[in-house]
Design a protein around this ligand. Structure first.
Ligand code: 5GP
Ligand code: ZN
Length: 289
């Protein structure tokens, strides 16, 4: 495979910004991404997910309570006020804490919101969240961005309902990628937990099948790229936020995250740089409405 980044930049689909992992997109790239998003959203509407919208920043305290700063400090990004004070200002005005961090995965703001609602209904809850996400991992590869969009479905409820949700969404996601004629595979995976204790967490996550990924060759055939993730968090978030079922037990949670830029890149990689020339069945899935 040739260098995807060069091809996409030369075709005017992506614009370099001078910062690795931060890319501008053309109208055509966005049109395709939006159509992929519509296809994903259709499944969420059918499942009667409650759509909620959050900004791409959230409270540092809340992200800390979600455990993110312990598990992934290397990826986290905090917002500060003005770093270089204007001439003549007080020296202690140099850096002001905003108390905000970039949202690293669309699902994180859901837990504080849910906690504030009180006990869950017996059949739990299902959310649809679409958000810009940020992870501090600069890379030249277009499939590894620092700033990207994730469309997530989050199920909170009885362990058996949550497990069944993840199972059925793995099947539905595979159908979406099949309908887009993208070669894909479901694999067991793990998150990039930080440090030595992180390695233990990663191997336990694998052993217990807590994370699956739907991978598609994007940059190369050897290391296919995770375009969609299926994470079973058990009671990790619900204990942190004391989210309980009406019988008093802690709920479980799972999330399914579609990587919007990665799926769009996969389409350009496999079907070519001109969507007008994509296979008719792929076009009919994406451009029917
Ligand atoms: P996870 O939370 O499982 O790491 O990520 C969920 C989904 O977000 C992934 O399956 C992937 O599609 C997308 N994603 C994760 N990291 C990146 C990244 O660095 N760049 C892009 N474009 N998408 C990512
Ligand atoms: Zn998530």
């Amino acid at each position: 495979m040739s260098d995807l980044r060069t091809e996409l930049v030369e075709a005017g689909l992506l614009f370099p910004t001078g910062v690795d992992g931060v890319l501008g997109r053309s109208a055509m790239f966005e049109t395709v991404l939006e159509q992929v998003n519509k296809a994903v959203s259709g499944w969420g509407r059918e499942a009667k997910a409650e759509a909620v919208h959050f900004p791409p920043v959230m409270s540092r305290t809340q992200l800390e309570r979600n455990g993110y700063l312990k598990s992934f400090p290397q990826l986290a990004a905090e917002l500060h006020g003005c770093i270089t004070p204007p001439p003549g200002s007080e020296p202690d005005a140099a850096v002001s804490q905003t108390g905000l961090m970039m949202v690293p995965a669309a699902c994180y703001p859901i837990y504080p919101m849910l906690a504030s609602r009180g006990a869950l209904a017996a059949d739990g809850a299902l959310f649809d969240i679409y958000s810009w996400c940020f992870r501090h991992e600069p890379s030249i590869e277009p499939a590894r961005l620092q700033s990207f969009r994730m469309h997530e479905y989050v199920r909170v409820g009885r362990p058996s309902d949550v497990a069944a949700f993840r199972e059925s969404w793995m099947k539905m996601a595979a159908e979406i990628y099949q309908s887009l004629r993208l070669p894909h595979e479901l694999i067991v995976s793990n998150d990039a937990f930080f440090g030595r204790s992180g390695r233990l967490m990663a191997s336990s996550q694998r052993e217990r099948n807590l994370k699956f990924e739907l991978v598609v060759p994007v940059n190369n055939e050897r290391e296919p790229t995770a375009c969609c993730s299926f994470n079973y968090a058990e009671a990790h978030f619900t204990e942190a936020w004391d989210i309980r079922m009406s019988d008093g037990s802690h709920a479980h949670s799972a999330c399914v995250g579609f990587g919007m830029e990665r799926t769009t890149l996969a389409l350009f990689r496999h079907h070519g740089l001109d969507p007008e020339r994509w296979p008719a069945d792929v076009r009919s899935v994406l451009f029917q409405s």
